[in-house]
Design a protein around this ligand. Sequence first.
Ligand SMILES: NC(=O)c1ccc[n+]([C@@H]2O[C@H](COP(=O)([O-])OP(=O)(O)OC[C@H]3O[C@@H](n4cnc5c(N)ncnc54)[C@H](O)[C@@H]3O)[C@@H](O)[C@H]2O)c1
Length: 333
Amino acid sequence: MAKNAKNSVKGKRILITGGLGFIGSNLAHRCLDQGAKVTILDCLDPHSGGNLFNIREIRDDVKLVISDVLNFDEVSRQVMDKDILFNCAASTSHPFSMKEPWIDLDVNCRGVINLLEAVRRFNKEMKIVHIGTSTQLGKLHFRPANETHPEFPTDIYSANKSVSEKYVLIYGAAYNMPVTVIRFPNVFGPRASIHSSDFTFVNYFIGLALQDKAITIYGDGAQLRNVLYVDDCVDALINAALSQKANGEVYFAAGDEHYSVALIAKDIVKYIKSGHTKFIPWPAERKVTEIGDAVISNKKIKTELSWKPRVGFADGLIKTKQYFSTCLENYLR
Ligand SMILES: NC(=O)c1ccc[n+]([C@@H]2O[C@H](COP(=O)([O-])OP(=O)(O)OC[C@H]3O[C@@H](n4cnc5c(N)ncnc54)[C@H](O)[C@@H]3O)[C@@H](O)[C@H]2O)c1
């Protein structure tokens, strides 16, 4: 289907940790479409976007293991007979990581070590694709930022994602394991957690518009952000999984365009066709972790993995509206 994903995962045995969440469940759908055997390991963490509804159409086609990445024995069992591990499991809320730093540390650092150790001990040939985040960089020192940009994260979640990415690269280099890290900006689309401002703001704004509510923008909303539709995100993960060249590498899979937060909100109202925008002063607790403009280059992944974003913001919003139009209530918990 996708030009980007011409190297299909057909016939591969795939483990998706965090596969009940936003990105993991979209990836699970795609892998099944391509003819892979998919196992999902997820603990339905109440502070993240895991949702059984995300796999309702494929529930009989995937093996679902309700377990925690902190359960080393279960993780070890699950990696033994697989070809690819996509690590989409994480504690994914920036604000929650500031309130409960130990939980974030456990899942986002110790959980990653568990996966790496399990693979090293029981299935060292298995390809690991790990997800990082553009917020690892913090305030930009130069722009567009690329993979060589230093990392000065401004919240605990981003700091732990930065550290766990290094664990992945260390295991790759020290034990000759095939690993790749793909860092994403704000990913949006179907199956996202849209009910809380704790998660990606674009999805939260979409959720507000779908409910015909006010979208609140802090300050003037002039800071630039990168957005990526979830199908493009899935393309990047699959390309990375199937590329030898990607082993030991970090890539930013970002959209081609950058938009101000205010314009993102305006476009959401325009294409979702409901909701309205409202500007208020910055809350103190959000201001301290604000990073200013986030302008990111996608040149490396385009050049090395023949990936490019295919879905523009407007088209992505229309597809997202279509998805939620029949099932919104399942995402408003
Ligand atoms: N959504 C974005 O915009 C975005 C941007 C950059 C990076 N990321 C990264 O992508 C990955 C997936 O994010 P997402 O948006 O799909 O988040 P999500 O919150 O929707 O999904 C995360 C999943 O991980 C599961 N999980 C949490 N703790 C777990 C544990 N201890 N054991 C097993 N499963 C656990 C949750 O139940 C959930 O299903 C994460 O690593 C996240 O940091 C996401």
